[in-house]
Design a protein around this ligand. Sequence first.
Ligand code: PLP
Length: 441
Amino acid sequence: MEELKALGLYRHTRMVSGPQGPRVLLDGKPVLLLCSNNYLGLADHPRVRQAAADAALRWGVGAGASRLVSGTMTLHRRLEERLAAFKGQEAALLFGSGYLANLGVIGALARAGDVVFSDELNHASIIDGCRLSRAEVFVYDHCDVEHLEWGIRQAQGRGALIVTDSVFSMDGDVAPLGSIVELAQRHGIRMLVDEAHGTGSIGPGGRGAVAEAGLEDEVDVIMGTLGKALGSYGAFIACDRRMAHYLVNAARTFVYSTAPAPPAVAGALAALELLAERPRRVGKLIRNAAVLRAELAREGFDLRGSRTQIVPLVLGGAELASAVCEEALRRGVFAQAIRPPTVPERGSRLRLAAMASHTETELVGAARVLGQAARAAGFDPRMTPASAGSGLLATSSRFDSRARLAPATEDRPARPPAPATEDPPATVFDFEAAERVAEAA
Ligand SMILES: Cc1ncc(COP(=O)(O)O)c(C=O)c1O
């Protein structure tokens, strides 16, 4: 722990009072929440809360056991049918969380002797799923289809699975799904797409990036979470019936883990209903995200190809990212600093997340505050060094497969801290002004 502290990598949780709304009390202080995955504002929606409460009264709080032991509750089946229809698939299967879903699916579709091809910026749950599967892992450069194809050729027919986030969780860019599908089909390799951050936020009616690209019939397994845009907790995979039956038998995190709790399942059902009734909510999220990106670009930040609600402010050093986070907090904006091993070495950042429940005024104000916070911490967004945050790409020998077999971001050594400054905040986020403008609108 002392070492982590010395390296600026020590983590602690902050105390939030109340639900994950656009504003929260953080450690007792009112702040604008700009880092929650409650993208559509459904986690605190009255109908979602009510549905969860009703389900607790009717079906109880816990599911009792794994479904293979104590049975599928009617509520599980209902949500799976809705999710399958939502994703344009024959079947869906619930998991306890997205982390568990990725572990279970990858372990079921790849084993020792196989090769899994994984984007270098895939989520930690994919990295861990690959490790547990005991397959060899070829980590291809971020979104680099040419590198992926080279890796497939090196694997000489041992390729079992290509896995990619659709919307990358720390960068907000979108995988080139069409090209990856084309490769997967040409080489007869299965494909798993993690739509944790695409579900509810992009594509027609929030159906995700696979639907946006018209690839519902081409991808073998789509993973989506219930804990982000859908405002609840848990996850699902959507696929054809045969694959779902196989995963019931082979995905260890399905077989050996208690089924999702009725209130969480009912909450997600209500969220899906709300999404179907008012798809405009997704449009609002998309507009808000565009406002946030445009305003941050005006401040001079390089947004690294984000085209979604996830917007990275890549700062480089872990200490610097923590300092900017604290400066922003002092001005009333909460955007958590994300440091290695979650992101690559030299890629520490504030990872911002717009929500449909933010007002445009709040987002414009937040962008100003973040520019000030960066400058107060000694970082001028207009002077971003070209290499900040791209350590992986800069140092990798692109086509050296041995260099690529280790999972990318999770085992990287830590780096020395960068200096922080103690300047008092120049301005503080004006909640009341934002509120007045929102009310007038
Ligand atoms: C891309 C991605 N996949 C999977 C997960 C895990 O999902 P869950 O939080 O439901 O475990 C996350 C969580 O942040 C994620 O960002």
